[in-house]
Design a protein around this ligand. Sequence first.
Ligand SMILES: Cc1cc2nc3c(=O)[nH]c(=O)nc-3n(C[C@H](O)[C@H](O)[C@H](O)COP(=O)(O)O)c2cc1C
Length: 193
Amino acid sequence: MKILNIIGSPRKKGTSARIAQSFVETSQENGASVKSYYLNGINYRGCQGCEACHSKLDKCVLKDDLEEVLDAMREADIIVFSSPVYYGDTTGQFKSFLDRTWSHVEVNYENENPYTSRLPEGKKAVLILSQGDVEEKHLDIVERFQFFMNLYGLELHVIRATGLITGAANADVTAYEEEANMLANQLTQELVS
Ligand SMILES: Cc1cc2nc3c(=O)[nH]c(=O)nc-3n(C[C@H](O)[C@H](O)[C@H](O)COP(=O)(O)O)c2cc1C
């Protein structure tokens, strides 16, 4: 059982990263192996829109640190995506990563449904979002993310931590960590049964 933990906050010990950490630690206790990538600490460019991934190759043509992360997506059983909300969306670091996952989609505009996933079937995704605002705000992020996870054929689960003002790195996120632990138990159980 392989877990890929993609950390989109620049705050390594911030709220979203800590909730993701709870998920991975519980998964490890249940026998999973974990690879974590802190996007703010690696070097990569955003998608160049060259479409080489759809005309020449079946993967992204760019050679940088994200190549390993994109490869790890193929291997993982559960992909944990975490990010704070910045200006009504995920962080720039996370968005630049997400654009590059376009290379995981096969595109044929002659088909009624032009998009098929290049990722092996049966994977699960967990999106962990942290925000300063109330629960009713920023639901559109989840809606957009769901659309893209559908393209990849990933079963999406979401944890939203709300009302966490900026700078509150030590904010109490116990309730969300517990939610993450419960979800980790559920998903890892499903994978082994
Ligand atoms: C540049 C910046 C932009 C932000 N924009 C929003 C926003 O649009 N909506 C919101 O609810 N919170 C916003 N926040 C607050 C963060 O989303 C919030 O503090 C979050 O819990 C931080 O997550 P982290 O601890 O995982 O880094 C912003 C914070 C920063 C630094």
